[in-house]
Design a protein around this ligand. Structure first.
Ligand SMILES: [Zn+2]
Length: 76
């Protein structure tokens, strides 16, 4: 049973949210943040990831590398 929840919207994470792991983890947040000295474990669902990307002023997306199984076939 899965009982991990999205830190932003609070909904229970779907299995694909967990498998893709959109989380942001830091052992310690540093100087400059009002949360300096705290640890961060931000779990987000795919819907909230999409919303966060849309909020960005600078596009954080780049083309992903091809999955290993789709790269050239060694036998040709
Ligand atoms: Zn969410």
């Amino acid at each position: 049973m899965n009982n991990a929840h999205c830190s932003l919207c609070g909904k229970e994470l779907e299995i694909y949210d967990i498998l893709n792991d959109y989380s942001v983890k830091r052992e310690r947040i540093g100087y400059g943040s009002m949360y300096d000295g705290m640890a961060l474990n931000l779990c987000i669902c795919s819907d909230c990831l999409d919303k966060m990307i849309l909020l960005c002023k600078i596009n954080p997306l780049t083309k992903a590398a091809e999955p290993v199984h789709q790269q050239g076939n060694l036998y040709h």
